[in-house]
Design a protein around this ligand. Structure first.
Ligand code: NAP
Length: 342
């Protein structure tokens, strides 16, 4: 049986959830793909653990100091890197060094943090192309909501005319709370933070940057653009007052923070801002922490997906969906359903 070694860099909530799910699914990988998948290294910023024979779930609480960094991952012999460190789109974050090192060496990469992809996406894409490595990023591009998969697989061959996305769960939750309770932004944020529905610092979300990051990834990795953050017009939700909410309510309109891409004369335009929808529009029904995407294409019309999973499991599962696509692309033959159940 073929062996495939996996390393995880960034071992917080999402990295750990991904490790545990990968270990739980080892039997599936054996039976369904005929591959013995081993988790050979994990690391955070200062500690890590490696074992060429494969780490077990009960070892993952005993990380050792000093075992971290791109060289540590390389030395582990992993063929696939899952990167789940902190996201910083202004500097690229620690993920950038891991991804440059892994992609240059031809290791397939599954990226969950957005920072490096937003900061240096086209360069990382080129490193992957040059070495033949696969670069997958479902976890970074709205995770449980299928976005890039729709562009790459479901609409393959179609010309994409426009994309609209409700891509950030926190802002969608806040806008809904304002609408249903008649609150302004500050009051809704206080309430959400007190109830544990929003982080202490939500500026990345509420100022629109998280939506802009995901939109940029859809443009650059889904539509082959080369946009930078300076190409994206970004508006957040902090200026939404109770009066504006009331006015929209009286017109039967529902506000959403939406990332939009459109093709204008062969150029892709990107913007993030508040859009309002009549109740008859599916986007008006995307409540609470749900996310959604609507893609208009020349031959398949409008395609809409709506989704919301429980974190961090949903993001871990999105990353491991990418992993199964990598297994398939590496030639691991999925056993047919009848063969599998026989
Ligand atoms: N949480 C979600 O629901 C969600 C959903 C989609 C995407 N994401 C993205 O997933 C990523 C991880 O999220 P999280 O919630 O797991 O964050 P987290 O709990 O803060 O974990 C981040 C991890 O990265 C590690 N790290 C920092 N610098 C590193 C370095 N130089 N080398 C290796 N590891 C390093 C940290 O190590 P220490 O523990 O040593 O500090 C920590 O283990 C973020 O980029 C986030 O945007 C999260």
């Amino acid at each position: 049986m073929q062996t495939l070694k996996v390393a995880i860099a960034g071992f917080g909530g999402v990295g750990r959830a991904t490790a545990n799910l990968l270990l739980q699914r080892r039997e599936r990988y054996r039976q369904f793909y005929g591959v013995d998948v081993r988790l050979v290294a994990v690391c955070g910023s200062r500690t890590g653990l490696a074992d060429a024979n494969g780490l077990q779930a009960d070892q993952l609480d005993a990380l050792q100091p000093g075992l971290t960094g791109p060289d540590f991952v390389t030395a582990s012999g992993a063929s696939v890197l899952i990167e789940a460190g902190p996201s910083d789109f202004r500097s690229g974050g620690p993920g950038l060094a891991y991804l440059r090192s892994a992609l240059s060496a031809g290791q397939d990469c599954i990226v969950i943090s957005k920072g490096a992809l937003v900061h240096s996406g086209p360069q990382l894409r080129e490193l992957a192309r040059a070495s033949g490595a696969q670069l997958k990023l479902s976890g970074a591009a709205a995770a449980a909501l299928p976005t890039l998969d729709l562009l790459e697989h479901s609409l393959a061959g179609c010309k994409v005319l426009a994309v609209e996305g409700i891509l950030n769960a926190t802002t969608n939750y806040l806008l809904d709370a304002m609408r249903t309770q008649g609150l302004g932004f500050d009051a809704a944020l206080r309430e959400a933070q007190t109830g544990g529905f929003a982080e202490a610092d939500t500026r990345n979300d509420t100022e629109g940057w998280d939506t802009a990051c995901k939109l940029l990834l859809l443009a650059n990795f889904g539509l082959g653009a080369n946009l930078t953050m300076s190409d994206v017009e970004v508006e957040g939700i902090h200026s939404v007052t109770a009066q504006r909410i009331d006015a929209w309510q009286s017109q039967g309109l529902v506000p959403r923070l939406v990332g939009s891409l459109s093709q204008v004369g062969g150029t892709i335009r990107a913007s993030v801002g508040i859009k309002t929808y009549p109740l008859s529009d599916p986007f008006a029904q995307v409540n609470g922490k749900n996310k959604a995407i609507r893609i208009s294409s020349d031959a398949m019309g409008e395609t809409i997906a709506i989704g919301c999973g429980v974190e961090p499991l949903a993001t871990a599962a999105a990353a491991l969906k990418d992993f199964e696509h990598i297994l398939q692309a590496r030639g691991a033959r999925p056993v047919s359903i009848t063969e599998h159940s026989a």
